[in-house]
Design a protein. Structure first.
Length: 148
């Protein structure tokens, strides 16, 4: 008889169906189509910090995860709603450790970054630029990428 609790937990449906590569993403062709910004970044091997703008469900987190996989980078997701300087500090330490341990860079995805106060945003600017690629998610706007 199988033990009900010995089974490995299944992923939530959204996670199980999440695209793992740019070619699996439906939509967002203005970002990932041939000759477009994210496609060019992956093809050239040059990742840069960016802001992904759009309403919930358009794929901001998915694109950030795909970019991390495409660049063999660590991925640290944070929500500005639940995070503060301590979480950013921990992310910086994780990024330093990953870089020293394996030479892998880190992509930090901060969702709802507009919710951080000015002090946290200043800390991010000072501490993260040299260690990680920053990808910020902003909700409720048209889906565009601003390069920075």
């Amino acid at each position: 008889m199988n033990d009900l609790f010995a089974q490995e937990a299944k992923k939530p449906l959204a996670e199980a169906l999440r695209p793992a590569a740019l070619d699996e993403v439906i939509g967002q062709q203005h970002l990932i189509g041939p000759g477009k910004p994210l496609r060019l970044a992956v093809e050239s091997g040059t990742l840069h910090s960016m802001i992904l703008w759009g309403p919930p469900g358009v794929g901001k987190t998915t694109l950030a995860r795909i970019l991390a996989g495409s660049f063999d980078a660590e991925f640290i997701p944070l929500s500005a709603v639940f995070s503060g300087v301590k979480d950013i500090r921990d992310a910086v330490e994780q990024a330093h450790a990953a870089l020293q341990r394996s030479g892998r860079h880190t992509i930090l995805f901060v969702d709802e970054v507009h919710r951080f106060n000015k002090a946290v945003k200043c800390y991010i600017k000072q501490r993260l630029a040299s260690v990680v690629v920053q990808i910020f998610g902003l909700p409720h706007c048209s889906a565009v990428v601003k390069h920075g």
